[in-house]
Design a binder for this molecule. Structure first.
Ligand code: ADP
Ligand code: TZP
Ligand code: MG
Length: 244
């Protein structure tokens, strides 16, 4: 269940990576459909009162699930929805630095709020991410130039990617969708699943950038690169480290 902006890039990124996305958000379909999924992805980017009950139901369907708290601090309604969903125990919550900071502070009143984009660097909010992981019992992933993934104790960094990825709308949404696919493939280790998905998505961005002229062609080449990745390219290209 993702926002209207991201539906296309998220579905295409998932399909290119070998997953099988299906985007259903009608409350009447959730009880039949969602229990049959390997994983659920919920993204509040274009939240509405109509969609929130579907999000609650999908998060409660007994499948591993992943939350993207897009622009969590945009409004009181959105912050409360994010906190309510967080209480339903996602396996992973992935946001940009400002989103993770706002969620950790449970606050929708940041003076530096910039909508769906971040006004902080990922490294600045690492302690907030660890605190959020501990208080919510989920893996927290903060994206940025370096992605940090933590369960509140261990911290993994993933340093793939190119800055131009920020100039394509909904790359964050697409990588959270990929995290959900990886969690579906191995629900036993959400920390590793999130780190691998972020590193691999970043690697696809690096490979895509070799042929791209700007954001629009990077979008295309990134999806092509995800499709073309093989084991050798991934094992030699990912930059993942367990921080001391
Ligand atoms: N400066 C950067 N350098 C390299 N990769 C980046 C940079 N900024 C973001 N990314 C990558 O772009 C993707 C989207 O992250 P981000 O822009 O933080 O999310 P959002 O779109 O939700 O704000 C992630 O895969 C992240 O690793
Ligand atoms: C522009 C926009 N507006 C509502 S959701 C959305 C997409 C946000 O995508 P991302 O979080 O990946 O930047
Ligand atoms: Mg985002």
């Amino acid at each position: 269940i993702t926002n209207l902006v991201s539906m296309d890039i998220a579905a295409n990124a998932l399909t290119a990576a070998g997953a099988s996305p299906a985007m259903l958000h009608c409350i009447r379909e959730i009880p039949d459909f969602t229990p049959r999924c390997h994983a659920v992805y919920i993204n509040v980017g274009t939240l509405s009162e109509d969609w929130l009950p579907s999000m609650r139901a999908a998060a409660s369907a007994g499948r591993p699930w992943v939350l993207d708290p897009v622009a969590a601090a945009a409004s009181q309604f959105r912050m409360e929805a994010c906190l309510e969903l967080l209480a339903l125990r996602p396996a992973v919550v992935r946001g940009n630095a400002s989103e993770i900071l706002a969620l950790a502070a449970r606050s929708d009143s940041s003076p530096t709020f910039k909508g769906v984009d971040s006004s902080h660097d990922s490294g600045e909010v690492l302690q907030a991410a660890k605190a959020l992981a501990r208080s919510s019992g989920t893996v927290v992933a903060v994206s940025g130039a370096v992605d940090f993934i933590t369960d509140g104790e261990q911290v993994i960094s993933a340093s793939n990617g190119v800055a131009m990825m920020q100039k394509i709308t909904a790359t964050g949404c697409a990588v959270t969708a990929l995290i959900a696919a990886f969690v579906g493939a191995d629900p036993s280790d959400a920390l590793a699943a999130a780190a691998c998905a972020l590193a691999i998505f970043g690697l696809a961005g690096e490979i895509g950038m070799e042929s791209a002229k700007g954001p629009a062609s990077l979008r295309m080449h990134l999806i092509d690169a995800l499709y073309g990745l093989d084991e050798q390219t991934v094992t030699s290209g990912v930059k993942i480290a367990l921080l001391p």
